[in-house]
Design a protein around this ligand. Sequence first.
Ligand code: ADP
Length: 580
Amino acid sequence: MKSFFSRYFTSHLLILLFSLFIVGFFSIISMNQFLYSDNLDRQIVYTEILAEMFSRAGQSPGSEQAYLDTLEVNPQIRITIIDRDGTVLGDTEADITLMDNHSNRPEVIQALSSGRGTSKRISKTLRESLLYTALYREEEGLVFRVSMVVGNIDRMVTQLTLRVSLITFLVLLVALLISFRQTNSINRMLKSIVAVVTDYAGGDFHQNLYLGGFREAVEVGDAVNSMGRQLKEKIETVTIQRNKSEAMLDNMVEPVIYLDSNLVINDINRAALRMTGCSFIQCLGKNLLQIIRDIHLCRLAEECLKDNVPLSEIITLGPRHFMVQGTTINSSDGSDRGLLLVMNDVTEIKQMELMRKDFVANVSHELRTPITSIIGFVETLRMIPGARSEQHDKFLEIIHNQSQRLGEIINDLLSLASLEDSHALVKETVLLEDIVGEAEAVCHMKAESRQVEFVHEFDPDTVLCCHKNLTAQALVNYLDNAVKYGPPGEKVTVRAVREGNMTVISVIDRGSGIPEDQQERLFERFYRVDKARSREIGGTGLGLSIVKHIALKHGGKAGVDSSPGKGSRFYISFMDCPEK
Ligand code: ADP
């Protein structure tokens, strides 16, 4: 690319040359025209006077040369009288007998055709530049021609041309000198701006730009200096923030890894280095799979980056379990995406959770036998005939009821424990109608005692891909609650609808409903809206929790929509079986 200096200076030079050439050329042309036209006017008048004098002198034909000889003519002027056919009849300079026919002379041709003619050329006879004027007079039938030597005008024009050229050259020289200085100073200014801005780009903000000369240059200097100051402040702020983030990241107990869109490690903290057993240099630029050999984690990270959704999943690396939290980070223009992985070591929590589950399962299991025998003995005692006080019978009834309740709680806890183990369910395709029928049969007695009628709102051909017994258990829990908490004599509806690749089954009652702030916690273990009433009615507080776990085991979910005073809709969704 051309430099500023060569481009700017060359264009100045061309503009100057062009304008000076135009000015010089037109001034010389105008000068030339002015000098000749002045002379020509005078010469025409002179020719007219001569012709008039010749006419007044009353000359007879053939006396033209004699008449001219009587005139005292300036040696610079020559007079020729020419006949209509071009024959020279008189001349003040040459011998007419030696002169050729003049009918071909341009001024003579013009005069014969229009009365007047002019021309300028080098005379063959005198070998000098001459200006000719010719006048044709009809009365005499003669052409009067006057010629004057104009060599002095030519010389004058040449001299003027020389002077104009010299002046033009001098003007050009001075203009070029000024242009050179200006261009050079702007060029120096640009170079110093480039030098300072290059320093700024390299992170060196020590230099300041001092430009003088004119207002705009000072303004540019001020703007560049202010830009430098702002950049410096911003870079300092960013550096402080980066150092803070690095310190926080390095002091975090949780391993943190930042990946680019190709799962290449861009940054990694100390905890993650400890976990992987690699050094920072070894990890940087490597693919995640090379450092953490877990294909499941890599797949999750890929999906998270592709779908731009947060990731939250427990993965197992050797003996330890990590809760991996992934967050995508998009570049400001959205063209690039990275993934921040935070790995929380949940091994201890997992172990405690396992202990808790084992404990609950073991205790429930151990309690089941004594409770069963207590119930058995109480029933036996109640059946033995004999005189017993009323109080005895009442106490026996209380012991029987409470033992049965305890037995139900133990059964529910054992159901939950078995649902919580990691074994996958064996699912089958079952007609929904069959499962609903089974569940309703279990609740039949209670429903009849409260005059509750079950209504179906689903296609009889609806099938579910599920574990039949567990699904029936979930529906029993929902239907039992609907009968228990709904008003007597009302209808309870079982509805099934398709939502994407799921079938959603709802149990709808027209009971008192559940306040909105309590709906979220309803599926927690032992959570009850009205504890006293629930106990009185005879619930364990585990029914909905069991439904939730059954839904999760099927890859679906359980939930509730309820409007206090109007009723509730409890639902559970089932995913379709994968097509074979
Ligand atoms: P419970 O054995 O006490 O019924 P659940 O887990 O089945 O335990 O239910 C938890 C609580 O949810 C109940 O105690 C009750 O307060 C509330 N609940 C459940 N189903 C309904 C319903 N259909 N209408 C109103 N409240 C309900």
